[in-house]
Design a binder for this molecule. Structure first.
Ligand SMILES: *Cc1c(COP(=O)(O)O)cnc(C)c1O
Length: 360
């Protein structure tokens, strides 16, 4: 078996322990004589799986009782529409634009509400997080929206914006469960799981109960109404059953590892290894302002397209895959989510050193 170190931004690596357990349970889930894929979502066994997944997630993230946890479909991209549809009251919302995903959410929101841009880092290719301590937020804004970790550009909010009393909505797709987070600071936190938690096809939304309402934007489809999903414990229709089952295993894996403080320490150690190398390299350089660097996504460049292409190809041959940068940034990007072991980042840095030596 030849497992590679996969630096893909998502879908991304999953813990090998989780994959093995799933493999063992594939044909006969704990004496049921069937795979989890084959069982009714209304049955007793599956009910246990989804309830346990939610309980473990609540435990790992310390989610307060007055927040609902929803396991949904449609990816993070569908929540771009669900957020304004469910939260619009005054018909106004404030968006902070820190990259492609924030921009996409902003464009989508404009279909349903008067979304206004209150800050942006577009002037320097989204290589930093703007100062959000004193923004000009419309008084009647229903919420302030951020993309907390910018998967493509490799920036992260280390301080949340001063929302001046407005609800904060955050897309945490690419930093979900990478470190502890204080859920009470948010009205809504959501993320697609394929970056850091599980297989594509599940999006988890954590929503304070008073924001789950009946009086949503008129015309909101039943399926996009959070209340529909909340009233039915994410079982209004058939949920992505197998994906949720794998997410549940990852929650247990995080607990077994020691929880989110341990995840954070591991992630800091991995990121420091790579950033320290980048800061001292004469060939490679990171593209992000140091204070805003993500622990999860690390973009870097050489500044020579041919050399960058050669680097990506040679890395691939060494079992270091999916290092090509996003088409809008160029260069390279290493995504080093929870499941990427320290050894993987060490192997990358070793290869970068060899490569640097070979071209100088
Ligand atoms: C990947 C990603 C998305 C899009 O997720 P889908 O599940 O493909 O819709 C949205 N936001 C962020 C921050 C992402 O990293």
């Amino acid at each position: 078996m030849a497992r590679v170190y996969n630096f893909s931004a998502g879908p991304a690596m999953l813990p090998v322990e989780v994959l093995k357990e799933a493999q063992e349970e594939m044909l006969d889930y704990r004496g049921t004589g069937m795979s989890v894929m084959e069982m009714s979502h209304r049955g007793k066994v599956y009910d246990g799986i989804i309830k346990e997944a939610e309980a473990d997630l609540r435990d790992v993230l310390s989610i307060p009782d007055n927040y609902k946890v929803l396991f949904l479909q449609g990816g993070a991209s569908q929540q771009f529409a669900a957020v304004p549809m469910n939260l619009t009251k005054n018909g106004k919302a404030a968006y902070i634009l820190t990259g492609q995903w924030a921009k996409k959410a902003f464009q989508e929101a404009k279909l349903f509400t008067d979304a206004v841009e209150v800050a942006s880092s577009a002037d320097r290719t989204f290589s930093y997080i703007p100062d959000c301590s004193d923004l000009d937020i419309p008084k009647d804004a229903d919420y302030v929206y951020i993309c907390e970790n910018n998967t493509i550009y490799g920036t992260k909010y280390w301080t949340l914006p001063n929302t001046k009393g407005h609800e904060l909505v955050s897309d945490v797709s690419s930093c979900f469960l990478s470190e502890p987070m204080d859920v009470t600071k948010y009205g809504v936190v959501y993320g697609g799981v394929q970056k850091n938690i599980g297989p594509a096809g599940v999006v988890i939304s954590i929503i304070r109960e008073d924001l789950i309402r009946d009086d949503v934007l008129p015309g909101t489809p039943t399926m996009l109404k959070w209340k529909t999903q909340a009233d039915n414990d994410s079982l209004y229709n058939t949920p992505p059953t197998y994906g949720i089952y794998i997410c549940g295993k990852v929650f247990k894996w995080i607990k077994d590892m020691g929880g989110l403080e341990v995840m954070k320490a591991r992630n800091e150690k991995k990121a420091a290894l790579l950033y320290d190398y980048l800061d001292n390299s004469k060939l490679f350089r990171g593209t992000v302002e140091k204070k805003d660097r993500s622990l999860m996504n690390v973009p870097f460049v050489i500044g020579d397209k041919d050399l960058e292409a050669r680097f990506v190809t040679e890395a691939e041959e060494k079992g270091l895959t999916s290092l090509k940068g996003h088409r809008t940034v160029g260069g390279m990007r290493a995504s080093i989510y929870n499941a990427m072991p320290y050894e993987g980042v060490q192997a990358l840095v070793d290869f970068m050193e060899d490569f640097e030596r070979s071209v100088r």
